[in-house]
Design a protein around this ligand. Structure first.
Ligand SMILES: Cc1ncc(COP(=O)(O)O)c(C=O)c1O
Length: 442
C-alpha cells in the first residue's frame, strides 16, 4: 500500500460525497486504502470482508491481475481515441465478445460510462426507434414504483424512488408507473422467486388501456430490483410483461446494471428467467467496476432500423466522449477473461443453495421481518424503528463496518451481493457478522 493512500487528509469538507450522509461520515469517516480479492483494507489497517462487491460491481473480486495488467498496458499504449468518427480495435473486439455473452438476438452494443448513462441511452434509443419506424406518436415511457434506474433525468423519471425524484421538479413528461411487486404479507421469507404477484403485470394492460398503445414507446424494469432493497419478481411476472409488450408493439427494456454479468448465476437475468427483452442496459460488472463503463445491448431490428439514409450521415445523434474509451475497453476485456477463466458468470448458480441456507439461518434474529434471495443476492428486511425509518439499518451498516464486514443498506433493508469469488467459509463469516450486528443494535 502506498504511503499516500494511508494518510487521511485533515480537512474532509471540500468533497461533497454522493448518496452519503456527509455530516455523519465526516465526523466518523470510513476510509478504504486498498483492496484484494474479497477484502478491503481500511486506512487504519483493518481487513473488511466485502459483502457488496463494492457497489454491486466488483464481481470478479478486487485488484485481479488480468484486469490490472490490461489497464496498465493500455494506458501506456493508447490512452484515448476520439469516440466519434474514429475507432480502435479493442472497442470492436469487446463488442463482439459482449454480444456472444448476451441473450440471443441482442447483437449490437452501444457504450456508455455508467448505469445512469446506459438508461438514458436505452430510453433515447427506444424513442428514436419508434420514430424511425414511423411510430413517432409512441413517446410515453413506463417504469415501475420502487425502480432504480440511476440518477439522470430520464432514469429518475421512470424510476420510482420518491427521495430520488421529489427534489428535482417535474421530470420527464409522459411517464407512467406500474406498481412494485413487493408483498411482505404474502411472500415474506420466500426462498427465490415469490409465488404471489404475477398478476401485477396486468397493471401494464391497464396503463395501455388508459393511454393507448400507440402512445407508448417502452417499458423499463429491473428484472430484480436491487437498489430499492432486492425485490424479486414473482413467478411468471416478467414473462407476462414480455407478452403484453409484444402484443402492443412496446419495447421491453431490462435494466441489468446489477443483474448483468453473473449476479444470478447466469450471464444475464434474462437468461435466468428465460425472458428476452428488446434492450438490456448494463454497467458495473462489465468492467468489474474498475474503470467506469456501461454497455447497452439492442436487438438487431432496432439497430438496423437506423441504418438507412445517406451513408455519410450520422445515424444516431447520441454518444459520449468516453464511449468505448480504450482503457475502459481494456479493463472490460480483462474482466471478461477473468470471468471466463474462473467460470464466474455461472459460479453463482453453484453457490446459490449454500447462500440461500446461510441467509435464511438469520430468520428469528432480532428485528428481521423478511429474508429474500436469488442467485448471489440477499436481503434482510428489518422492522423500522418507529418514527425513525432507516436508522436501524444504518446502525447495522456502521456496526458491521466496525466489525469487519461491508454490507449495504437501503431504507431498513440490508442488501448483500458479494463478489462472485466468495468461498463458502466467507459466506459463513459474512452471515455471522450480520447475525452479530443484528443482536447488537437497538
Ligand atoms: C438497476 C440500476 N440501474 C442504473 C444504475 C445506475 O448506475 P450508475 O450509478 O453507474 O449510474 C444502478 C446503480 O446501482 C442500478 O442498480
Amino acid at each position: 500500500m502506498s504511503n499516500r493512500l494511508k494518510v487521511t487528509p485533515n480537512d474532509l469538507s471540500a468533497f461533497w460525497m454522493p448518496f452519503t450522509s456527509n455530516r455523519q461520515f465526516k465526523q466518523a469517516p470510513r476510509m478504504l486504502a486498498a483492496a484484494k480479492d474479497m477484502h478491503y483494507t481500511t486506512t487504519d489497517g483493518r481487513q473488511v470482508l466485502d459483502g457488496t462487491a463494492g457497489l454491486w460491481c466488483v464481481n470478479a473480486g478486487h485488484c485481479r491481475p488480468k484486469i490490472t495488467e490490461a489497464i496498465q498496458q493500455q494506458a501506456a499504449e493508447l490512452d484515448y481515441a476520439p469516440a466519434f468518427q474514429m475507432g480502435h480495435p479493442n472497442a470492436f473486439e469487446l463488442a463482439n465478445r459482449l454480444v456472444d455473452l448476451a441473450p440471443e438476438g441482442l447483437d449490437h452494443v452501444f457504450y456508455t460510462n455508467s448505469g445512469s448513462e446506459s438508461v438514458e441511452t436505452a430510453l433515447k434509443i427506444a424513442l428514436a426507434y419508434q420514430r424511425v419506424k414511423g411510430e413517432g406518436s409512441r413517446t410515453r415511457l413506463i417504469g415501475r414504483e420502487r425502480g432504480y434506474h440511476g440518477v439522470n433525468f430520464g432514469g429518475i423519471s421512470v424510476g420510482g424512488i420518491v427521495t430520488n425524484r421529489k427534489m428535482f421538479g417535474t421530470l420527464l413528461a409522459g411517464v407512467d408507473h406500474m406498481p412494485h411487486t413487493h408483498n411482505l404479507a404474502k411472500n415474506a421469507f420466500t426462498r427465490g422467486e415469490p409465488e404471489h404477484g404475477a398478476e401485477l403485470a396486468d397493471e401494464l394492460e391497464r396503463i395501455v388501456t388508459l393511454h393507448d398503445a400507440s402512445t407508448i414507446a417502452a417499458v423499463i424494469v429491473e428484472p430484480v430490483a436491487g437498489s430499492t432493497g432486492v425485490l424479486i419478481p414473482p413467478k411468471g411476472y416478467l414473462q407476462k410483461l414480455r407478452d403484453i409488450c409484444t402484443k402492443h408493439g412496446i419495447l421491453l427494456i431490462f435494466d441489468e446494471v446489477i443483474t448483468g454479468f453473473g449476479r444470478l448465476g447466469t450471464p444475464f437475468a434474462s437468461d435466468y428467467f428465460g425472458v428476452t427483452p428488446d434492450i438490456i442496459t448494463t454497467a458495473k460488472g462489465v468492467s468489474n467496476g474498475v474503470i467506469p463503463m456501461g454497455a447497452v445491448f439492442v436487438k438487431k431490428e432496432i439497430h438496423d432500423a437506423f441504418m438507412t439514409g445517406p451513408e455519410h450521415m450520422i445515424e444516431l445523434f447520441h454518444g459520449y466522449t468516453y464511449s468505448g474509451n480504450p482503457i475502459a475497453c481494456a479493463a472490460a476485456l480483462g474482466t471478461l477473461d477473468t470471468y471466463k477463466e474462473e467460470g464466474l458468470l455461472t459460479r453463482g448458480a453453484e453457490l446459490a443453495p449454500y447462500w440461500e441456507d446461510a441467509l435464511h439461518s438469520l430468520k428469528g434474529e432480532p428485528h428481521v421481518i423478511d429474508i429474500r434471495n436469488i442467485g448471489l443476492i440477499g436481503a434482510i428486511e428489518l422492522q423500522p424503528i418507529a418514527g425513525s425509518p432507516t436508522k436501524r439499518a444504518f446502525s447495522a451498516f456502521v456496526k458491521a463496518f466496525e466489525n469487519g464486514a461491508l454490507i449495504r443498506t437501503t431504507g431498513d433493508i440490508i442488501a448483500l451481493s458479494p463478489p462472485l469469488i466468495i468461498s463458502k467459509a466467507q459466506i459463513d463469516e459474512l452471515i455471522d457478522q450480520v447475525r452479530k450486528v443484528l443482536r447488537a443494535i437497538d
